[in-house]
Design a protein around this ligand. Sequence first.
Ligand code: ARG
Length: 460
Amino acid sequence: MSNRMWGGRFKAGPDAIMEEINASIGYDKRFFREDIAGSIAHANMLAKTAIISEEDRDAIVQGLADLRDEIEHNTFNFSRALEDIHMNIESALSERVGKAAARLHTARSRNDQVATDFRLYVRNTIDLLMEQIGDLQRALVKRAQEEYASVMPGFTHLQTAQPVTLGHHLLAYVEMLSRDYHRFMDARARLNVCPLGAAALAGTSFPIDRDMTAQELGFDRPASNSLDAVSDRDFVIETLSAASICAMHLSRFAEELVIWSTPQFGFVSLSDKFSTGSSIMPQKRNPDAAELIRAKIGRIFGAQVAMTMVMKGLPLTYSKDMQEDKEGAFDAFDTLSLSLAAMTGMVGDMVFDRDKMAAAAGAGFSTATDIADFLVRTLNMPFRNAHHATGAIVALAEKNNCTLEQLTLEQMQSVEPKITKDIFAVLGVENSVQSRTSFGGTAPDNVMAQVNHWQAILGA
Ligand code: ARG
């Protein structure tokens, strides 16, 4: 049944099916600029080494520049029969400039050509993603500066643990994003070698100058082994892996925004721009953008797994399997780019409820550790004993249905007679965060110092 449904499209029989499975032009036309840049560099090198004439080079370079204009203006007719971007452009070039075009593919194969094009494309994509990560970091640092002293509950096990400042929490994501940034930077440095000139797999007998093409295309050097040059797709997997980790970080933050924006928490309200209403429940505001960012990791990580599976077990060198390196990667990079943009927008627009956060920060006996620290500091109690005594004080507050601050001195002295009224100075959430001055701790002064540190790095 379904067979008849799609089978009807293949009027010309198996040949049409072959064309459908074989052609990549539907998606690899995306890197036409990179393909043309690679061909121009190759033609320049062929002329410089006197493998082709300067007249042929001029005709080729001019023809390619014209074709780039055409494609940019959407007047180019892509043909599926011509399979991929490389053959579409070469065929159009020969229509345009005639015989000279036929010399362009000297000392080159589609194998080194596509490896070069895709490296250039991934490199450009990394540059864009790094820029976007910087934008999100700048947005977070700005909010962290505003909220450097706003107290909120810090959680472990998603149970209220100790008070922290919201600025500190936001800067935790700036740290994660900084690692993401550097992972992309590392991937970029490793991918930046030029496969062009490896030809089909073995190199070429023509006296080419691989340093020249590598340099013209902004690569650090030519790839050293022609077999590896045409069959390496590590750069795709590695970049997808950096993308997956970054998407995982966005997903964690997105989840926190989903939780924080519930009426039960009420820490944050996301702007209308990034929320939707319900078609049946008029009171609802749904954090759709955050939910979608939370989910997008699925396809990004999926692309990484898919690409690793494509490469697994492939013998050297090029196999057509490798054509499968593109669609998933395009989708994953687009998805991460969109997620970063949406998160940056949300961070800039969201409104925090400082009172709600402060109230929640004191709930759940969150300053209990401060009592234990007080007992250690002022009574020289061993921490384990102090922990035990504090447990009894918490139990007392629980029994009396009050907060730690609301206990009387006498009540606390019933647990540990040496406690003095000085203990009240450590009980409030403000006191608690103020006291966390160890390096990397949540004290507002520390947070402000970190804000300054990041502003200097990010140019914010
Ligand atoms: N469209 C192909 C790809 O993306 C280009 C390389 C084709 N090479 C070959 N020997 N058939 O992988």
